[in-house]
Ligand binder design. Structure first.
Ligand code: NAP
Length: 266
């Protein structure tokens, strides 16, 4: 019988997920991380194979975890993927693929752990959102839409789970320097009207991530949220945390201009 708190962190092979998993292990949690590829345990984190897009993979991952621990206290839905393409040049298939990971992946994992958390009458689900879940992100329209969906889902879920003493929180980072820009899907169909935007968009998005904040800030915030006795629903983190407030007060035309300027779009 495990007497430590049990945490599962999806997407723990790099970036926020890896840093968070290591930090939780240092703080005495029993930590399981996931990746689509096989990894051996490192720094106190046991790695499980998981593709959040697959029902079978999610079922098998949670079954494996519960067979060892018989409980789960913390689920961190962190796995995510991005694209760098304007909405019109992004195929429906690409858009659905983004939602499969960023939204339905979270739903799959959460559904798989909730029966155990309800039985325990305790637990905490922390979902990795983004400032792009609060303000539409140019050139990342479907990524942004998937995070907006996650925001609404998490807010409703947090209220529904109140009677069972299960908490739900959202982490809303701005741009952070991780490997997130290494695997960005790009335009599949092209229209000449977007040629000049397409020429700069992937490198502009890649650059803002490459010059982003230190991801350890996010890991430390997640630890703080996980350890809080009364966690809030939303936590913004990073240098652009003021963005939603600015969005609310700037005139639309000015906001649109600055959104293009931020990514050097013509
Ligand atoms: N970096 C930023 O600026 C930023 C800002 C706001 C929000 N975020 C969010 O932060 C989260 C983590 O991103 P990161 O910046 O840390 O990027 P990262 O370093 O690229 O990490 C992404 C992780 O997601 C995993 N992953 C991707 N698709 C998966 C799938 N289908 N099934 C299981 N795991 C999958 C990857 O694991 P494998 O490839 O090993 O399977 C990897 O561990 C994402 O949800 C992202 O939306 C990032």
């Amino acid at each position: 019988m495990i007497n430590k708190k049990v945490a599962l962190v999806t997407g723990a092979s790099s970036g926020f997920g890896q840093l968070t998993a290591h930090l939780l292990a240092q703080e005495g949690y029993c930590v399981f991380g996931t990746s689509r590829k096989q990894h051996s345990a490192s720094q106190g984190v046991e790695m499980l194979t998981l593709d959040v897009k697959s029902d079978e993979s999610v079922q098998s991952c949670i079954k494996q975890l519960l067979a060892q621990t018989n409980r789960i206290d913390l689920l961190i839905n962190n796995a995510g993927q991005i694209h760098a393409s304007v909405i019109e040049e992004t195929s429906l298939e690409q858009a659905k693929d983004i939602f499969e990971t960023n939204f339905w992946g979270v739903v799959r994992l959460t559904n798989a752990v909730l029966p155990t958390m309800r039985q325990q009458r305790s637990g905490h689900v922390i979902n990795m959102s983004s400032l792009a879940g609060l303000v539409g992100a140019v050139g990342q329209g479907f990524y942004s839409a998937s995070k907006f969906a996650l925001e609404g889902y998490s807010e409703a879920l947090s209220v529904e789970l109140d009677p069972f003493n299960i908490k739900v929180s959202l982490i809303e980072p701005g741009y952070f320097k991780t490997n997130f820009n290494h695997d960005m899907s790009q335009a599949t169909s092209t229209y000449a009207d977007y040629d000049t935007v397409r020429e700069v968009l992937p490198s502009s998005i890649s650059q803002v991530i490459a010059h982003g904040d230190n991801p350890e800030k996010v890991a430390r915030m997640i630890l703080r949220v996980a350890q809080s006795q009364s966690p809030r629903l939303r936590y913004r983190v990073g240098n652009q945390a003021w963005l939603p407030a600015l969005r609310a007060i700037l005139p639309d035309s000015l906001f649109r201009l600055s959104a293009r300027k931020f990514l050097n779009l013509p």
